[in-house]
Design a protein around this ligand. Structure first.
Ligand SMILES: O=C(O)[C@H](O)COP(=O)(O)O
Ligand SMILES: [Mn+2]
Ligand SMILES: [Mn+2]
Length: 570
């Protein structure tokens, strides 16, 4: 760490002070718009952004090429293990806000598993206190999406836990269909059943799937949008109660789909696996251990509270609070110390742009709707709860619609977000106004192409509205995204790029994010004429954005931040 950075970390106020930018004056209003899930891709009919009416974004691309470019938003550029890893909101917003690339949860868990250090830490020792008699329960997302969890990590963990002494393990699966194609949950459960069978044979242990449900209906809510989701999971996993019971998980997936063809992987209702006598095979009981094996925090924070907070929990009636040894794969919120026990330490993201700006007197207003609110606040700030300054920052959350799939209301709350942001800009009170517009991502995840097109058109209108407000206040804008999603809604042949069909001749719809680069556009009357993107950073990514907007506020960026994207020519 550089000396100044170390001193800043130690709290010396002087060390937070950023030098003035030699060519960009202070005092301009800066609008930052994150178009969630908005990548760049060939403009065919599966590119919802290209199909949508997007005059604002098109104009920026075509009329000011020196102020429009692409950025890397996936793989190692955002701290993920490999070039095959698509980007996601957590790693994307971390990089955007922190201005540096940190090794992320997926990579940290890989290392801990392959070195075996995961079993030597305090967290696993705590989990082992449930031995010799306790059952180990593993709860998490069953897929190889690599966004919240990865199947190969679950597999390694199962084996490792058995070798550490657990003889009875229950897996509570959450089916995906969001980071991987819908319908793939069947293959992942088949794979798990096969691997569990192997473990039973090899080690003579009692390992089984005990419950299940779709990730959007069961357990994995975020930002307290809908506690019922977590309650459904609790009832199935802890109490062994659910509206559906089956003797095995594959049967569950098949039958539930037969009963209701509209059911998909994301929205399977909760079910429990029962034995021949109809008794649940694995409710969580006193003396057991529980590990939530997702590494990503946002959708684990709520369930972590339910398991960690014995006395002060009023979000739903847990009926029974089992005395268990609970640990998260990671600590999901270090400020809240939640959960108290965890297997792998999360990335230590410090000195984010928001903290620097506060120390330099910049006033920031942030707004999004519930489902993305934590992205532009908590994740942007390096997974840190709350504000850096009560007086210099204001965070406004617009409540999201609850209990619907967003293709039903693809406009979401973008209009409200844009209006709130414009009001903040025009009030003259704030130096930076930052928003996340969720449509491309949240509607893109539904796989509904027409609805995603509507969502993207609406987001573009909101962009225009905020550009107009920026114009009025003589400000500067920076528009970018955190990863791709809506620009590609179909699975493609990796070699030819051609859309793929399934065995019934239907196109295979892509609900997940992508590895596409994302656009970044800058401009506005406050941006000095000579500002343009540098040509010497062809591989720049999201981590280069923070230095760029710090410049727009009239400051040089911290020395160890990834370099700014801009140069000023006379
Ligand atoms: O949690 C989700 O909704 C998806 O798995 C990833 O989407 P996000 O990274 O955009 O939140
Ligand atoms: Mn996102
Ligand atoms: Mn997403």
């Amino acid at each position: 760490m550089a000396a100044a950075a170390a001193a800043a970390a130690a709290g010396g106020e002087e060390e937070w002070k950023l030098p003035p930018h030699p060519k960009i004056p202070k005092g301009k209003k800066v609008t930052i718009i994150i178009l969630d899930g908005w990548g760049e891709n060939i403009p065919d009919r599966f590119n919802a952004i290209a199909v949508a009416e997007t005059p604002a974004m098109d104009h920026l691309k075509t009329t000011a090429p020196e102020r429009w470019r692409l950025l890397k938003a996936h793989g190692p550029a955002v701290g993920l293990p490999s070039e095959e890893d698509m980007g996601n909101s957590e790693v994307g917003h971390n990089a955007l806000g922190a201005g540096r690339i940190f090794k992320q949860g997926a990579a940290l868990v890989d290392t801990a598993l392959s070195s075996g250090s995961i079993y030597a830490g305090e967290g696993f020792k705590y989990v082992k206190e449930a031995l010799p008699d306790g059952t180990l329960h593993l709860i998490g997302l069953l897929s190889d999406g690599g966004v919240h969890s990865r199947y190969d990590q679950l597999k390694a963990l199962l084996k490792g836990c058995i070798e550490q002494g657990f003889k009875r393990i229950r897996v509570h699966v959450l089916t995906d269909g969001r980071d991987v194609p819908d319908g793939s949950s069947y293959q992942f459960v088949e794979m798990l059943e096969k691997d569990l069978e192997e473990l039973r044979k090899q080690y003579g242990v009692d390992v089984q799937i005990a419950s299940g449900g779709g990730r959007m209906a069961v357990t994995m809510d975020r930002y307290e949008n809908d506690w019922d989701v977590v309650k459904r999971g609790w009832d199935a996993q802890v109490l062994g109660e659910a509206p559906h019971q089956f003797n095995d998980c594959l049967e569950a997936l098949k039958k539930l789909k037969e009963e209701d063809p509209n059911v998909n992987d994301q929205y399977y209702p909760p079910f429990v696996i029962v034995d021949d006598k109809g008794k649940p095979v694995g409710p969580i009981q006193d003396g057991d251990a529980v590990v939530t094996f997702n590494f990503r925090a946002d959708r684990m924070l709520m369930v972590a509270q339910a398991f960690d907070n014995e006395k002060n929990f009023d979000k739903f009636d847990r009926v029974h609070f089992p005395k268990v040894k609970y640990a998260g794969m990671l600590q999901y919120d270090a400020d809240l110390n939640l959960p108290q026990h965890y297997l792998v330490s999360p990335p230590q993201i410090d000195r984010t742009s928001g903290e620097y700006l506060v120390h330099n007197g910049i006033k920031t207003f942030v707004c999004s709707e519930t489902v993305k609110f934590g992205h532009v606040t908590f994740i942007w700030n390096g997974n840190r709860s709350g504000q850096f300054s009560e007086t210099l920052e204001k965070y406004v959350e617009i409540p999201s619609d609850q209990g619907i799939s967003f293709n039903e209301k693809p406009k979401m709350k973008s209009k409200e977000i844009a209006e709130t942001a414009c009001e903040a800009l025009l009030s003259g009170e704030w130096d930076q106004v930052r928003v996340n517009l969720p449509n491309g991502d949240m509607v893109g995840h539904t796989g509904d192409l027409d609805a995603t097109v509507i969502g993207c058109s609406v987001a573009d209108k909101c962009v225009q509205q905020m550009l107009d407000a920026t114009e009025k206040v003589g400000g500067i804008f920076l528009i970018t995204s955190d990863h791709g999603n809506a620009e590609d809604m179909v699975k493609r042949d990796p070699k030819t790029g051609q859309p793929l069909k399934d065995k019934n001749g239907n196109y295979q719809i892509l609900t997940s994010h992508t590895c596409s680069p994302v656009p970044i556009a800058i401009g506005g009357p406050g941006l000095p004429k000579g500002v343009r993107f540098r040509k010497d950073l062809p591989n720049a990514g999201l981590a280069n954005v923070a230095a760029t907007f710090i410049n727009f506020h009239g400051f040089e960026s911290p020395k160890d931040y990834e370099p700014t994207l801009i140069e000023v020519v006379d």
